[in-house]
Design a protein around this ligand. Structure first.
Ligand code: ATP
Ligand code: MG
Length: 455
């Protein structure tokens, strides 16, 4: 044993306490014994013990109470109950209530030690599981990449407010990472052991949202064949993420306000008030303030939601993030596909940097994913990016002025090839040894399109 495990013993008979302490010390444990349970619990409040061994029948406090109290003080403590022959039912009951094991008096010292060691092992495993869960939680948070000053600021704001219970409103265009922020807030909060429950108010039909959120009593409406717990109750002790909050009906806005104000709500069809302890995060990509101004969204709810507001800028306004995000997604998808792609060619990266990104980070992720699938060499070139059709939909940012020397040279070559082929793009592409798609992209980039094709 590398470190002496600490064992706490309680029995109203001083002789037993003394004998057990001596035995355990001899076996390498640190043992502390008491004849009075309240004294022992006091010691447990002050110091850490791995295992508690307690008699079941004692005059001042019985073993069941000791078990309950000890677990309140230290939920990780493992409790072994010992009892006289003939009162095994009590021991069985104790196990149902969370004791690790029991021993019947008189017992062999070897049996006692074996049970203590098992208890210590179990406690270690539980602590390890909890540690790993926390690590997973942390790494979920860390997956939020930030290079741009704007995003770095957001991450530090998230860290600052994650532990508070204040409501957070996350704003941003589609695909900017609103859900990721909500996950990070939850996983870095004290509530991380509770659940993060997500309600997509945009995709769920309005009539169902209420039933889903608040739950219902059997028979409260057609189809309600049994009592059902709502999402709000699921999230009790944890976090509720209301996505697309802008879409909820006026009635729902009113009911939600109640929950936010005092945690009170009723299941549909039920009279009794219920109470929950939740932290609410809401997100939307619509202009909520404008909705308030038009009278479509309750102003008081709006202010309740935006105690803390996090606005994620669109990707096109934080191009510093594009390179890093692309690399992260590249390694992620390469690993999944079992491929080895080193990176992006300069041209491919140029394309990513100059795109308008209407779908933000999600769009970038999708493009990298399809590029990895298509990629046959060890770098991603424009040929793997263009098939996703991004430039067919969104305008390429044309570069008129400020071409760097390479670009100016490139533009001259493209014009030259086009002239030689009488502006047949396919043939010009062949001369330059590039694909038609890339040719098409360059024509748009350098704004070389014949007038009728522009715009
Ligand atoms: N900073 C970031 N670092 C790493 N991945 C990101 C980042 N931002 C977004 N993502 C990824 O991009 C995708 C879209 O993010 P998310 O679902 O959080 O966006 P959203 O704002 O909720 O979108 P929508 O409005 O469409 O629901 C997810 O796969 C997410 O993991
Ligand atoms: Mg989302």
């Amino acid at each position: 044993m590398s470190q002496r495990h600490r064992v706490l013993i309680i029995d109203d008979e001083p002789d037993i306490v003394e004998v057990m302490m001596a035995r355990l010390e001899a076996m390498g444990f640190f043992a502390m014994g008491y004849t009075k349970a309240p004294k022992a619990l006091e010691a447990l409040r002050k110091e850490d013990f791995s295992v508690l061994i307690t008699d079941l029948k004692m005059p001042d406090m019985d073993g069941m109470e000791v078990l309950a109290e000890a677990k309140k003080i230290d939920p990780d403590i493992e409790v072994i109950i010992f009892t006289a022959y003939g009162s095994i039912e009590g021991a069985v009951q104790a196990i149902k209530e969370g004791a690790h094991d029991y021993l019947v008096k008189p017992f062999e010292p070897i049996e006692l030690v074996a049970k203590i060691e098992k208890a210590i092992e179990k406690r270690g495993l539980k602590q390890r599981v909890r540690y790993l869960e926390q690590e997973i939680g942390k790494s979920i948070g860390q997956h939020m990449f930030a290079e741009s000053p704007a995003m770095k600021k957001i991450i530090s704001l998230v860290r600052q407010v994650s532990d508070s219970d204040a409501t957070v409103l996350v704003l941003g265009e589609s695909g900017t990472g609103k859900e990721l922020i909500a996950r990070m807030l939850h996983h870095e909060s004290r509530r991380r052991e509770g659940k993060l429950v997500i309600m997509d108010c945009g995709a769920t039909p309005a009539t169902l949202i209420e039933a889903e959120l608040f739950g219902y009593q059997r028979g409260s409406y057609t189809g309600a064949v049994r009592d059902k717990k709502g999402i709000i109750e699921e999230a009790d002790g944890g976090t509720l993420f209301l996505d697309e909050i802008g879409n909820i009906s006026p009635e729902l806005q009113t009911r939600l306000l109640r929950v936010l104000e005092n945690g009170e709500f009723r299941r549909l069809g039920e009279l009794d008030q219920r109470h929950v302890n939740i932290r609410v995060i809401a997100a939307t990509n619509v202009d909520l303030k404008a909705k308030v101004d038009r009278g479509e969204f309750r102003e008081d709810l709006f202010y309740r939601l935006k105690v803390i507001t996090i606005t994620i800028p669109p990707l096109r306004e934080r191009t510093e993030d594009i390179i890093g995000l692309s690399q992260i997604f590249l390694s992620e998808f390469c690993e999944k596909a079992g491929k080895k792609v080193k990176g992006f060619s300069r041209e491919a990266m140029d394309m990513l940097l100059s795109h308008h990104w209407p779908g933000n980070v999600r769009e970038l992720k999708n493009i990298v994913q399809s590029a990895v699938v298509l990629c046959k060499e060890d770098v991603i070139t424009p040929d793997e990016i263009l098939p996703s059709g991004i430039y067919d939909r969104a305008p390429v940012q044309t570069v008129e002025e400020g071409l760097n020397p390479i670009e100016a040279h490139e533009k001259a070559m493209v014009i030259d090839a086009l002239k030689k082929t009488n502006w047949v793009q396919k043939d010009a592409a062949r001369i330059l040894g590039i694909s038609r798609r890339v040719m098409h992209y360059k024509i748009r980039k350098f704004n070389l399109m014949p007038d009728k094709e522009k715009g």
